[in-house]
Design a binder for this molecule. Structure first.
Ligand code: URA
Length: 210
């Protein structure tokens, strides 16, 4: 059974307040999305397996621990998810990156995939799907389904900076095995599926498109 982890670390809460502020400019917004992704990645990787090795320090032999070969992949949901990738790669330099692009069909409201490119061995990797905003959950549910059914992924975590309760419920219902890691669960969605109070359109604020 998956779990929902709300990371209420003071550094994350402080940075999130800056993201929420409508007066925060593109440069700072982009930097802080990256910083939050790195801090969240630190927690999301807490349960990675390690193994003991022996190394020689300048002073003596030491029994110490290293990651035990679990390969990882970061999968940003385009486009806002891109803002979380670089800082995660700086912590996990061997991670591969897959991309998934989806838009919502204006008539059916269903997510439609328009781009998908994954590392060939992604089924063997611990996958972190990243998207700053978990709103209705439609895109996340579809992305997880694609990774499971089309790519055979067995180990997937979902990392979002802000989630709406509706989004968490949708992912938990469709994929009860998935761990969800967020920095905040906000109040609700508005009539346009924006998270309230949220931070507005995260893609526009990262890329300065509004
Ligand atoms: N995507 C965003 O960028 N913001 C929201 O509030 C909801 C979805």
């Amino acid at each position: 059974m998956g779990k929902v982890q709300v990371l209420d670390h003071p550094l994350l809460q402080h940075k999130l307040s800056i993201l929420r502020d409508k007066n925060t400019g593109v440069k700072e917004f982009r930097e802080i999305v990256g910083e939050m992704a790195a801090l969240m990645c630190y927690e999301a990787t807490r349960d990675l397996p390690t193994e003991e090795v022996e190394i020689e320090t300048p002073v003596a032999l030491a029994k110490t621990r290293v990651l035990s070969g679990k390969k990882m992949a970061i999968v940003p949901i385009l486009r806002a998810g891109l803002g979380m990738v670089d800082s995660m790669i700086s912590l996990i330099p061997s991670a591969k990156v897959g991309h998934i692009g989806m838009f919502r069909d204006p008539e059916t409201q269903e997510p439609v995939q328009y781009y998908c490119k994954m590392p060939p061995d992604i089924s063997e990797r611990q996958v972190f799907i990243v998207d700053p905003m978990l709103a209705t959950g439609g895109t996340a549910v579809a992305a997880i389904r694609i990774l499971k059914e089309e790519y055979g992924c067995k180990s997937i975590k979902l990392m979002d900076i802000i989630a709406a309760p509706e989004g968490i419920e949708a992912v938990e219902k469709a994929h009860p095995d998935i761990d969800i890691i967020v920095a905040s669960v906000d109040e609700r969605l508005d009539d346009h599926a924006y998270i309230v109070p949220g931070l507005g359109d995260c893609g526009d604020r990262i890329f300065g498109t509004k």
